[in-house]
Design a protein. Structure first.
Length: 278
């Protein structure tokens, strides 16, 4: 079973070699690496080319953002299964073997969602990912951060990504926007096993975009779905509204007055702190 590892690349000369080496060191050998350079202006491309490894396919495109780079990788990938890896993170040696074993044991799934190690300057921690098995209520589990299929720690059926591509406009939290759509149509299997290392010092998830249309915050839809899907959207709204205060108050004015939603959100979070995460 060929697995395609897609690495969107933009100005990561300090980390791309280490990222690639983590893929070369996999226990499972039936993989290809698709590096999609998104118009890098540093030496990132030269570093990839210097590796001269036949398992790497390097695709160059003009800068279009991480979503477009991921979509490009999916289109040209040869594997039936896709793993995304950021160019400043790493795979644990067992990652692809873990994905392969779960897929072979559960042939009806579309997404495998695993755990993550978070490395920072001060400490290394294992992510909160306590559930093993088929996910029956994905929006509820996403709200409580029990699952969160996304880059680096998940494996996706290529077909479901072709049918549900990334939004090319989004450059921040593009995984979240895709996830909200995929959880309506995909069958997800969650595993407690860690498969990736995320280097927190490189993360730009907390930095707002100059153009809010490049952020998932501009695409929150509170009209769709049931209770838990709406609560997921509201959680994303609460967690990100301070990044775009003017846009938030002009485009989501009604949500600032939904005190019933705010009370429910706080009660659910209190339940999580007191019961779920003891």
């Amino acid at each position: 079973m060929l697995i395609s590892v897609i690495i969107p690349l933009y100005n990561k000369e300090s980390s791309i070699a280490q990222t690639l080496q983590s893929v070369f060191s996999q226990d499972y050998s039936d993989f290809e690496i698709v590096v999609v350079d998104d118009g890098s202006t540093d030496n990132s491309v030269e570093i990839v080319e210097a590796m001269n490894d036949p398992r790497i396919r390097l695709i160059k495109q003009e800068n279009g953002g991480p979503s477009k780079a991921r979509n490009t990788g999916v289109k040209i990938a040869k594997g039936e299964w896709i793993v995304f890896l950021d160019a400043d993170d790493e795979m644990l040696p067992n990652a692809l073997e873990t994905f392969k074993n779960i897929i072979n044991a559960h042939m009806d799934i579309d997404i495998v969602d695993c755990n993550t190690m978070f490395y920072s300057t001060n400490e290394n921690t294992l992510g909160y990912h306590p559930f093993e098995g088929y996910v029956k209520n994905p929006f509820k589990m996403f709200f409580y951060s029990i699952i969160g299929p996304g880059a680096n720690h998940s494996c996706f059926s290529r077909n479901i990504l072709l049918e549900n591509p990334y939004n090319n406009q989004i450059r921040r939290f593009e995984d979240g926007e895709l996830l909200m759509r995929l959880l309506n149509v995909a069958k997800v299997y969650s595993s407690t096993k860690p498969v990736a290392i995320v280097h927190c010092e490189y993360s730009c998830a907390s930095k707002p975009r100059k153009n809010v249309k490049e952020d998932f915050f501009a695409y929150l839809d509170f009209a769709q779905g049931g209770f838990w899907q709406k609560m997921c959207m509201y959680r994303l709204f609460i967690e990100n509204r301070e990044l775009y205060p003017e846009y938030g108050r002009s485009h989501y004015a009604k949500m600032y007055k939904r005190y019933d939603w705010l009370v429910m959100y706080k009660l659910l979070n209190l339940y999580a702190r007191l019961i779920l995460k003891k």
